[in-house]
Design a protein around this ligand. Structure first.
Ligand code: ADP
Ligand code: MG
Length: 167
């Protein structure tokens, strides 16, 4: 039998029309995050995972700059006030949940955002999963710029997320 908490306790889909909107969603999310929270970002290269994470960093008020952590597996951005730090992980080259555990992240003091985090956490662990895909069916708003809509699905696993998130 599948344990109850393998099912999302909350689910929501939103459609940011531009990278600015994706960033703003991140800001709201960052304001809501607490130490111990784990956010898993899935989506192809260029989907907007790092753009969202930059917004999260702004919402949390941590030291930047937040970049794609290509050559570093995990980077800690210290809080600029007394809130949680942001640990930004690129799990692209990690191959198992065990390798992710080996990073020994300090959850006590940090909110953790993992790009390419699918498969790195147990579904039964409390976390917020965010899947970003290009909303291909929709009209592209402006062909000159590279701005295009995304479809972002948020799923909360575990009691922590039972209240959903105001965005
Ligand atoms: P990832 O980390 O998923 O590889 P990035 O955030 O680094 O993706 O890059 C996303 C790219 O897509 C940026 O160049 C951004 O300007 C562009 N973009 C266009 N439309 C959007 C949108 N609606 N949301 C997020 N990024 C967008
Ligand atoms: Mg990225």
């Amino acid at each position: 039998m599948i344990p109850e908490d393998r099912h999302p306790i909350f689910e929501k889909t939103i459609k940011p029309k531009s990278s600015d909107e994706t960033h703003e969603i991140g800001v709201f999310l960052g304001q809501a995050l607490r130490a111990g929270d784990l956010v898993v970002l899935n989506g192809d290269l260029g989907a907007g995972k790092t753009t969202l994470t930059r917004g999260i960093g702004e919402g949390l008020n941590v030291r930047g700059p937040i970049t794609s952590p290509t050559f570093v597996l995990a980077r800690t951005h210290p809080s600029l006030n007394d809130g949680p730090n942001l640990v930004h992980v690129d799990a692209y080259r990690l191959s198992s949940a065990d390798e992710f555990d080996d990073l020994d992240i300090d959850y006590e003091t940090s909110a953790v955002v993992v790009e390419w985090g699918s498969g790195m956490v147990q579904e039964s662990d409390s976390h917020l999963e965010i899947n970003i895909v290009r909303a291909r069916g929709d009209n592209i708003i402006d062909f000159e710029s590279e701005e295009e809509p995304r479809e972002m699905t948020l799923r909360g696993f575990g009691k922590r997320w039972s209240g959903g998130i105001e965005l």
